[in-house]
Write a protein that binds this ligand. Structure first.
Ligand SMILES: Cc1cc2nc3c(=O)[nH]c(=O)nc-3n(C[C@H](O)[C@H](O)[C@H](O)COP(=O)(O)OP(=O)(O)OC[C@H]3O[C@@H](n4cnc5c(N)ncnc54)[C@H](O)[C@@H]3O)c2cc1C
Ligand SMILES: Cc1cc2nc3c(=O)[nH]c(=O)nc-3n(C[C@H](O)[C@H](O)[C@H](O)COP(=O)(O)O)c2cc1C
Length: 610
């Protein structure tokens, strides 16, 4: 059944030798079956080798790539969705060390050649069974740079007034219609606001929208941002939800063709409200479909609580993803492995005790219960969620609370026996006479042995995020990861002067590019000083002494010190139980300190083995 929900384009990077793989087909099949009415498939290379980003990108510059794409469109159609192909030409081409700006350095003849490449690709897309194409005219890619007065300084017929800056886009539309047929739908993805000084802004975007309507474009997907203002293109945690809907509404006022809005539309209620307010005609979701392929199906059934929500962290779906796995999802261990992981009933029903109700423990309990085991989950805190439920984290980056919310919902749905407020010991576990135990108790805090570290002015990072109070004045934070830097942000927001002391030259290595830049930009506007390559020497009641890069000792007058030096593996309880219970497993941070994604995958792996 068709609806107004579109899956936005997402480069999975699951191609091999630029061909469609089973993994890619499974990924899209799950989203088609999950109720998206239209799926925009990732953009192929159109003009090999100039716009080629590597063997994990699809190609459509030659007929030999058609069979794989035909299989993909058949798969999507069989799942019940329509398929559009995203067509894009990058702003810069050439080898990494010698990139050339296409909009600046291409002659008008060369631009004419690129127009033909779009047309040929659209013709092949139709042959491959696609139902339409999406032309990328935003995001700081080639077409948007030509549209943008901030980037386009050409003296020829492609530069100057908007009519000229829009020429290439309109030629592309005409070429697509020529090669694929005038009945072949074209959606244009446009950054209606670049958020750049002197850039492409709403009035010009409205004018371009009118030109596109006149050129018989089927719909416009309203995005925003450019290469240097990417926070508007893929809104991270720090940006409010549905932030682009009012911009879509402004474009909708200018034209009569359908307008699609996108960008951090978090749940079905939010989507309905946008449609009801007349801000857009269709809703595109990208990250929500990465996290839950069945988003639309669950929304249609009136079961929004069953949706596994995105936490907008951009940790595993972006960049190169997870080592050995590629692009994945922190909140969903199945993403990118749709065809590989099967929940099969266990041959023998076992009595399973899971100790620790963080992400790892909850996921292990869920998978074990799904496989038919009888599961008891014991958590010492008054609530489930582990680190993700720390009160100060919820107040600081509220999007993440969706991760424990969903897992707890699933735990309750499966009827898992949950005991809260009990610190399980070996004796306690053995008294349950389990066949299998999963120890998922989280990592052991690491406190570096600096003289004075036990002082009353020192708070351990996790205690801070768990809500400990009783600090004040000037703050120093020892640590180089996100736990330390986000604490600095929290303090700075309250007007506190903060100094971060990182041992190495590199910091925030546990974050991907966009959220890292977002956080560092934010800290740059606040009273936060970052000292790297420093070594803490000692801590005194109102003083911290450190050694700087040159080896000189520096004293810092400080009132509160937060130590966020990470966690260590903690197999103690599991060691005690080994040999006394048939099966003993470790899951999550207590086995390998890491991220929420690693913890959930580890819980899933253990749940499948019991
Ligand atoms: C401040 C902070 C922010 C973070 N932010 C992110 C983020 O944004 N994204 C991300 O991916 N990762 C983040 N991480 C890392 C992530 O939180 C962890 O990797 C993840 O929570 C590990 O899950 P886990 O279930 O193994 O352990 P935990 O989340 O630590 O859960 C272990 C649970 O076991 C319970 N427990 C321990 N001993 C016992 C016992 N004997 N009996 C009963 N219960 C017991 C604990 O109370 C706890 O609830 C963050 C970490 C910190 C410290
Ligand atoms: C990791 C990642 C990469 C993306 N790459 C592209 C891209 O190359 N081109 C594009 O037009 N959109 C790209 N998108 C953007 C999405 O299609 C969408 O516009 C954006 O994520 C906002 O929607 P969402 O909040 O529902 O995810 C990407 C999104 C993500 C998360």
């Amino acid at each position: 059944m068709l609806n107004r929900v579109i899956m936005g384009v997402y480069p999975t990077h699951y191609a091999l030798d630029s061909q469609v793989t089973d993994r890619m087909a499974w990924f899209y099949r799950a989203r088609a079956r999950g109720g998206a009415s239209l799926i925009v498939v990732e953009g192929p290379c159109l003009d090999y080798p100039h716009d080629y980003s590597g063997e994990t990108q699809l190609r459509l510059d030659d007929d030999s790539f058609l069979p794989g794409l035909q299989r993909l469109t058949e798969t999507i159609h069989a799942g019940g969705a329509r398929a559009f192909l995203h067509l894009n030409y990058p702003a810069r081409t050439g080898p990494r060390e010698a990139r050339v700006s296409v909009h600046e350095h291409s002659s008008s003849v060369e631009l004419g050649r690129l127009v033909r490449k779009f047309g040929e690709a659209a013709g092949r897309a139709r042959e491959a069974g696609f139902d339409g194409v999406e032309v990328q005219a935003g995001w700081g890619e080639l077409i948007s740079r030509l549209l943008s007065p901030a980037y386009n300084h050409r003296p020829d017929e492609y530069g100057g007034p908007l009519y000229n800056r829009g020429r290439f886009l309109l030629q592309v539309i005409a070429a697509v219609q020529d090669k694929a047929g005038s009945d072949f739908p074209i959606q244009v993805k446009m950054s209606a606001r670049e958020f750049l000084p002197g850039g492409f802004e709403i009035e010009e975007a409205q004018a371009v929208a009118a030109m596109l309507e006149k050129a018989a474009v089927a719909s416009i997907l309203v995005s925003a941002g450019s290469a240097d203002t990417r926070r508007w293109s893929v809104p991270p945690q720090a940006v409010p939800p549905a932030v682009l809907a009012p911009i879509a509404a402004q474009i909708r006022e200018a034209v009569g063709i359908p307008i699609v809005t996108v960008g951090k539309i978090k749940n079905p209620d939010m989507a309905e409200a946008i449609l009801a307010a007349g801000q857009a005609d269709f809703i595109a979701l990208t990250r929500p479909f990465i996290t839950d392929p069945d988003w639309a199906k669950k929304a249609r059934k009136g079961r929004p609580q069953d949706i596994r929500g995105c936490i907008y962290c951009l940790q595993e779906c972006a960049g190169s993803g997870v080592p050995g796995l590629g692009r994945a999802c922190v909140a969903n261990p199945y993403t990118g492995q749709e065809g590989l992981i099967r929940i099969r009933k266990a041959r023998k029903k076992k009595r399973v005790v899971v100790v620790g109700g963080g992400p790892a423990g909850m996921q292990a309990a869920i998978t074990a219960a799904e496989r038919g085991h009888s599961v008891r989950l014991i958590e010492q805190a008054p609530r489930l969620g582990g680190v993700f439920s720390y009160p100060r984290i919820a107040g600081y980056k509220g999007d993440v609370v969706e991760l424990p919310r969903y897992l707890e919902h699933r735990v309750r749905q499966l009827g898992i026996d949950v005991t809260l407020g009990v610190r399980a010991t070996a004796a306690h576990v053995l008294a349950q006479e389990p066949d299998a135990v999963v120890v998922a108790t989280g990592s052991r805090r690491f406190i570096p042995p600096y003289p004075g570290i036990e002082g009353e002015n020192v708070i351990e990072g996790r205690d801070f995020w768990a809500g400990r109070d009783g600090f004040g004045g000037r703050v120093a934070i020892i640590g180089a990861g996100s736990v330390a830097f986000e604490a600095a942000d929290w303090f700075a927001d309250r007007g506190t002067e903060v100094t971060i002391l990182a041992r190495g030259a590199d910091y925030l290595k546990d974050m991907t590019e966009l959220p890292r830049k977002e956080l560092l930009d934010r800290l740059g506007t606040k009273r936060v000083r970052i000292l790297s390559k420093v070594q803490v020497v000692s801590i005194e009641p109102a003083l911290l002494v450190y050694r700087d890069e040159e080896g000189g000792e520096v004293s810092l007058a400080i009132d509160t010190i937060v130590v966020a030096a990470g966690g260590r593996r903690d197999p103690a309880l599991a060691e005690e139980l080994k040999g006394r219970v048939q099966e003993v497993y470790l899951a999550g941070d207590c086995d390998q300190p890491g991220t929420g994604g690693m913890a959930i995958r580890s819980g899933l792996g253990v749940g499948l083995r019991i």
